[in-house]
Design a binder for this molecule. Structure first.
Ligand code: ADP
Ligand code: MG
Length: 617
């Protein structure tokens, strides 16, 4: 198994030798590569700048503008301008419902566990598609600047990203036409950029402090034998440089004496103030005063006033650092190095507070906006086999996963994972009272299991009868150093368990592995499109099942007309399933969902009323 992966990294697949590193950020994204002098370098496409704001403006025809040009639409065209899509990646509506006010565009409220979607005009976009638009822009810029096709990439994600968020990032890469060789943690990439962890002999404990535009993370990493282990993470997903900008605007406004109502009338002023505040903040990173004005509003501010405004936010990040250390069971003296990441760490108060807390100089010689992308490029170079001095651990050449509804491949261990490795996910039943669950194990990179290779299957029997969605079945994959896969399924509520052993590499030649990989790249687009339609269909079928069950159990609560209208919408959804496009199916689901939601509330009210009746008060 190990041999195959090294062949792949250096051998016949290497038709073009560029593998880029991509930092897909919440606020800004960028791409880097290893230049001919063997140094990591961020790509600056013909003076367009290095940072691509992670913003997408979608016009009525669904055409997308990405980056700096899209940022200009943020204030005047909020419904069509998508920002912070990274916050939605791999998330269900339940995950984000408390933050809904944060987003100015429409997030579809399905009121269930499926992944969120964004609705612009009458089109539905998944966060995967939107992220793919940003990645496409980065790919195009890299190709334009390097004058060569770019098809392979390493993409970074926050250390706290879960399986579903990582898989979503991978899918976005695929949809953008990139073969994603590895998903790397942002703090790991930042450390690599500083050369930390490149020497396999070195053992170190490091803290990576990342303050970006809208998010703050602190990660404590332990590096041993070239392996980066995340000991603890902490942070605040709604704290960053944008808060600094807002604090400055509030200060200017309160000093100007203008009321908020007066200001609300001028959208352009808000946008101008926002830009001015960001400029002031950046200026104060290297000067002690800033002078300016916007439409008669005095926009001057000095450094100590600014620091007073942001002190509470900075203190909050230091409290997170304390918590992360405590979770890792460490104290500040255990930390060997501190790495600074994110544009907002340029603010001297931030930098000094972190250095003070850890009692040490921080690593800040590299550009903090760029370090993650630079480290990703180094990781890409290692994977390409260009750094013979670095030990590349054994990796699995093909992804391993299970079949989920609709014949989709759900990857549990992605290809290029180091072995030995262990990973798992939780699944549930699709039908009420389902007592057996068939688990089919597949290997390959395609989205549909019919295009992948079946390794085996077994049945988890004796799940106690429960409503659909209630059983919690953990499926765990354990791939040992010899490449033997053990698959275990366990229903957590009852403890029912079943285990099998499989040899994934058995019977596959190098050439076959290579063909499977090449197929996955050449079919990426159709695969992802097909996966999305199947996901929409599955969601539609589940919706029909739920509504059907509702009518059977509570049909008497509906008026004649309501019942007729519901059945009409059910019929429309049913008809759209076999032939409709993804958007058509989602629109039908949306309609049925919107119409029937109040009925569910009615059932709740009656249930409460009945419960009250039963009790003597
Ligand atoms: P993310 O990782 O969330 O995509 P970045 O690391 O690109 O974000 O950080 C963006 C933030 O850094 C913005 O709030 C921006 O205003 C801030 N920033 C950029 N340059 C400076 C500077 N010189 N001083 C202070 N803040 C800065
Ligand atoms: Mg970042």
């Amino acid at each position: 198994m190990a041999k195959i992966s090294i062949n792949l990294a250096t051998g016949s697949l290497q038709k073009e030798d560029i593998i880029v590193g991509i930092d897909l950020g919440t606020t800004n994204s960028l791409v880097a590569f290893i230049n001919p002098e063997k140094h990591p370098q961020v790509i600056n496409d013909a003076g367009k700048g290095v940072l691509v704001p992670s913003i997408i403006n979608l016009n009525k025809n669904g055409d997308a503008i990405v980056g700096t040009d899209a940022k200009e639409h943020l204030i005047e065209d909020p419904e069509h301008t998508i920002f912070s899509v990274k916050r939605l990646l791999g998330r269900s509506y339940k995950d984000i419902e408390h933050y809904q006010n944060f987003f100015s565009y429409k997030i579809v409220d399905d009121d269930n566990d499926t992944l969120v979607k964004v609705k612009v005009e009458d089109k539905f976009y998944s966060p995967i598609e939107l992220s793919a638009m940003i990645l496409k822009e980065l790919k195009a810029r890299a190709e334009h600047a390097l004058k060569t096709p770019v098809n392979r990439a390493v993409i970074t994600v926050p250390a706290y990203f879960n399986d579903s968020q990582r898989q979503a990032t991978r899918d976005a890469g695929k949809l953008a036409g990139l073969d994603v060789l590895r998903i790397v943690n942002e703090p790991t990439a930042a450390s690599l950029a500083y050369g930390i962890g490149l020497n396999p002999e070195e053992e170190k404990t490091i803290a990576v402090y990342d303050l970006g535009g809208g998010t703050f993370d602190i990660s404590i990493l332990r590096i041993q034998n070239g392996i980066f282990e995340v000991l603890a993470t902490n942070g605040d997903t709604f704290l960053g440089g944008d808060d600094f900008d807002r604090a400055i605007i509030e200060f200017w406004i309160s000093r100007s004496g203008l009321t908020n109502d007066e200001l609300k009338q001028y959208k352009e002023i808000r946008q101008a103030l926002r830009l001015k505040a960001e400029a002031a903040k950046k200026h104060l990173s290297s000067h002690s005063t800033f002078e300016g004005e916007v439409q008669g509003i005095d926009c001057s501010i000095d450094k100590s006033t600014f620091e007073g405004l942001i002190q509470p936010k900075v203190n909050h990040t230091i409290a997170s650092c304390k918590n992360a250390l405590a979770d890792a069971g460490l104290t500040v003296t255990d930390i060997d190095s501190i790495v600074m990441v994110g544009g907002s760490t340029r603010t001297p108060l931030v930098k000094n507070s972190v250095a003070n807390f850890f009692g040490k100089e921080v690593n800040d010689t590299l550009n903090p906006d760029e370090v993650v992308a630079l480290g990703a490029a180094i990781q890409a170079d290692i994977l390409a086999g260009n750094r013979k001095d670095i030990l590349l651990l054994d990796v699995t050449p093909l992804s391993l996963g299970v079949e989920t509804m609709g014949g989709l491949m759900d990857v549990i261990i992605p290809r290029n994972s180091k072995v030995p490795t262990k990973a798992g996910r939780q699944y549930t039943t699709a039908i009420d009272g389902q007592v057996n669950m068939k688990i089919s194990v597949f290997q390959g990179e395609r989205d549909l299991i019919k295009d992948n290779r079946k390794l085996g299957e077994f049945e988890l029997k004796g799940i106690p009868a429960m409503p659909a969605g209630f059983p919690k079945v953990d499926i765990n994959f354990l791939l040992n150093a010899d490449g033997i896969l053990t698959v275990q399924a366990i229903e957590l509520r009852s403890g029912v368990k079943q285990e099998v052993e499989i040899k994934p590499s058995y019977g596959l030649t190098d050439a076959e592995v290579e063909k499977m990989l090449l197929d996955s790249v050449s079919h990426a687009k159709e695969d992802v499109a097909q996966r999305m339609i199947i996901e929409a269909r599955t969601e539609g079928e589940q919706m029909l099942y739920t509504v059907d069950r509702f009518i059977k159990n509570n049909g008497q609560l509906l008026s004649h007309d309501e019942r007729a209208k519901t059945l009409e919408l059910v019929e429309e959804l049913k008809n759209s399933l076999p032939t409709g496009t993804k958007d058509e199916i989602l629109a039908k689901i949306d309609e049925l969902n919107e119409y029937t939601r109040p009925f569910a509330e009615r059932v709740m009210d009656i249930a409460i009323a009945t419960a009250m009746k039963g009790k003597a008060i």
